[in-house]
Design a protein around this ligand. Structure first.
Ligand code: GLP
Length: 235
């Protein structure tokens, strides 16, 4: 595991974008695992700049997002599909048919989860998985639990996650209580992992996740077992 500390969000974001761009330049048809949350916004803005400058093409890239809220559809401005369209997909030359976000409104959630896993496998697996980090150590929406959930599944969000994400909604009551997320196995199967965590409120959890024991209490700690993880962090 490589941990690189930054003292500004801007330099962290630029570094993350350089790593993702390098992946796409080396393999133009790369499969990228993408993340939402406020942390990767700067990274996406930097990727858009590279595309606009003619230095990066997403024409052959395939993407799979980590997670999606249940019960809000893709037109809702807090859905993760909406977030991705707004911050990246609508601003670069990615083929929208090759962008994937799990559905949070499927009638049969189990079928949707299985379909999502199969789609990732059919695309050849994820070359580079981008991750944020929840203040309770979640990645995607894999919340602290008694064991490590392996495959894409439906979760009940913890109160602390609902609190943390309520800043994006008009009121706390509007935050969905459930989500669909890739499992920790889905994430661990990615060839490379790039995790971003920035801010005073992330320092403790970064240390617990990457310098503490591997435990389902801190889901991100499982990344200590992955052979190719880069953590960009700071405050
Ligand atoms: C949400 C997402 C996570 C993200 C986390 C942290 O819960 N499901 O993928 O990492 O928020 O978000 P932020 O970067 O805004 O702190």
């Amino acid at each position: 595991m490589k941990m690189i500390e930054f003292t500004s969000y801007e330099t962290l974001s630029a570094h993350a974008a350089d790593l993702i761009a390098a992946q796409v330049l080396l393999k133009p048809n790369a499969v990228l695992g993408l993340a939402t949350g406020s942390t990767p916004e700067g990274t996406y803005a930097e990727l858009v700049k590279k595309y606009e400058a003619g230095r990066l093409s997403f024409a052959d890239v395939t993407t799979f997002n980590l997670d999606e809220y249940c019960g809000i559809d893709p037109t809702h401005d807090q859905s993760y599909r909406y977030f991705m369209n707004k911050h990246l997909f609508s601003k670069v030359n990615v083929d929208m048919a090759r962008t994937h976000v799990p559905s949070g409104t499927a009638d049969n959630v189990e079928e949707e989860c299985a379909r999502y896993e199969q789609a990732i496998a059919a695309a050849g697996g994820i070359d580079l998985q981008l991750l944020g980090l929840g203040v309770n150590g979640h990645i995607g929406f894999n919340e602290p639990a008694d064991d490590f959930p392996v495959d894409t599944h439906k979760v009940t969000l913890h109160e602390s996650t609902i609190d943390a994400n309520s800043r994006f909604f008009a009121s706390r009551d509007e935050v969905p209580t459930h989500a669909v997320t890739m499992g920790l196995g889905s994430i661990m199967r990615a060839k490379k992992v790039l995790l971003l965590a920035f801010g005073d409120n992330k320092v403790d959890i970064v240390k617990r996740a990457f310098l503490g024991p591997v435990t389902p209490d801190v889901p991100a700690s499982v990344l200590q077992l992955h052979p190719d993880v880069t953590v960009l962090w700071g405050k």
